[in-house]
Design a protein around this ligand. Structure first.
Ligand code: DIR
Ligand code: MN
Ligand code: MN
Ligand code: MN
Length: 296
């Protein structure tokens, strides 16, 4: 099998700079070699070009919305083309706003896709409810068709996610309107409370059942801030009480063993906030587990 790595060096969807350095850092710490050792053909040459209109000063309440749209449109085309070529698209962020591009593109190939969203946050704000104006807080809402911004504006022919095919894992910092939305739309959300009580194995198996049954593809969108800041300090919005090192790996190992995963994002790695490149190295290891690396 082939993995197509798509680098998306864009960080203006986050509140602070640095995640645009994520892709190069993850690649520098050996992702391609690791995936090749696991037996994949790796196509690592795809890189999204940034819009020339990039200015660090936001001009709208939702910050840098035009730039996010431009990056996501390009990414959507790359992801769609990689998926139709039969390979596994792996998007390296960048901040989490880029997932709107991933999902727009992938949904054209997998119109009934499931998504497992591993994140400290639920990314279910809208242009109306967002307290920060940061675009990385809205991608899951956008994919579900709950924002003014629609996936079809990113890529014609894109298909919205169905709430019953979407599962959040690792949440522990939800805004008020996000909580309301999770309840009203019936989105499955395994917060850290459920992980503590049920165990990560049970939670991930349930997530695979919910998002992987009756769907035609399964995308993992992995925000590195899902992992506890003790292990993953290099991220823009760290929240205490996250996944342990082994919980994160076991989640990836179980998703790998399911054989259901057809694409993934690894986002919010911010090398400028990291300690000894610990977070970039963790991202490489976790992607190894997602694509078949085993202890024994
Ligand atoms: C917050 C933070 N809910 C917002 N979101 C983050 O800005 O909408 N997502 N950091 O990863
Ligand atoms: Mn996120
Ligand atoms: Mn997050
Ligand atoms: Mn059960």
């Amino acid at each position: 099998p082939t993995i197509s790595i798509i680098s998306v060096p864009f960080g203006y969807g986050a509140g602070r700079p640095g995640s645009e350095q994520g892709p190069d850092s993850i690649l520098k710490f050996g992702l391609v070699k690791k995936l090749e050792q696991l037996g994949y053909d790796v196509d690592a040459g795809r890189r999204i070009q940034l819009p020339s209109s990039l200015t660090p000063y936001p001009t709208t309440r939702m910050k840098h919305v035009d730039q996010v749209m431009a990056v996501c449109s390009q990414l959507a085309r790359e992801a769609a083309s990689a998926a139709s070529a039969g390979s596994i698209p792996l998007m390296l962020g960048g901040d989490h706003s880029i997932a709107m591009g991933s999902l727009a593109g992938l949904s054209r190939h997998y119109p009934n896709m499931g998504v497992i969203w591993v994140d400290a946050h639920s990314d279910l704000n809208t242009e109306i409810t967002s307290p920060s104006g940061n675009m990385h807080g809205i991608p899951l809402a956008a994919a579900l068709g709950l924002t003014q911004l629609k996936l079809t504006q990113i890529l014609p022919g894109a298909v919205q996610l169905k709430p019953e095919n979407c599962v959040i894992i690792g949440a522990r910092d939800l805004d008020r309107d996000e909580k309301t939305l999770i309840r009203s739309r019936g989105i499955t959300c395994f917060t850290m409370y459920e992980i503590d009580r049920l165990g990560i194995e049970h939670v991930v198996q349930e997530a695979l059942r919910i998002a992987g049954t009756g769907t035609d593809g399964l995308h993992v969108s992995f925000d590195i801030d899902s992992v506890d800041p003790f292990e993953a300090p290099g991220t823009g919005t760290p929240v205490r009480g996250g996944l342990s090192y082994r919980e994160a790996h076991l989640a990836m190992e179980l998703m790998s063993e399911s054989g259901l995963i057809t694409s993934a994002d690894m986002v919010e790695v911010n090398p400028s906030l990291d300690r000894n490149n610990q977070t970039s190295k963790l991202a490489v290891e976790l992607l190894g587990s997602l694509f078949g690396s085993r202890i024994l």
